[in-house]
Design a protein. Structure first.
Length: 75
């Protein structure tokens, strides 16, 4: 669904599925929280670990900063 732009309102494009990844997602969610906003429909968000996927189990990663950063996406 697309709502056309008018002089008073911006154009709106409905997105039915959000594909997110681990690199910029934490910052994006923090930005939403900082603005007092939330994800409209969390059930339509699919997260993938595609930039720093470990080949070992997460509990064996030596760099705990990586675990702390990626942890919120692991559920």
């Amino acid at each position: 669904m697309v709502i056309q732009e008018t002089k008073e309102t911006p154009a709106i494009l409905y997105i039915d599925l959000h594909l997110i990844h681990e690199v910029t997602t934490p910052q994006a969610f923090q930005s939403l929280r900082d603005k007092g906003l939330s994800v409209r429909d969390p059930k339509k968000v699919l997260a993938t670990m595609d930039h720093s996927t470990p080949t070992l189990p997460v509990n064996s990663i030596a760099d705990l900063d990586i675990v702390a950063e990626k942890g919120p996406l692991i559920k």
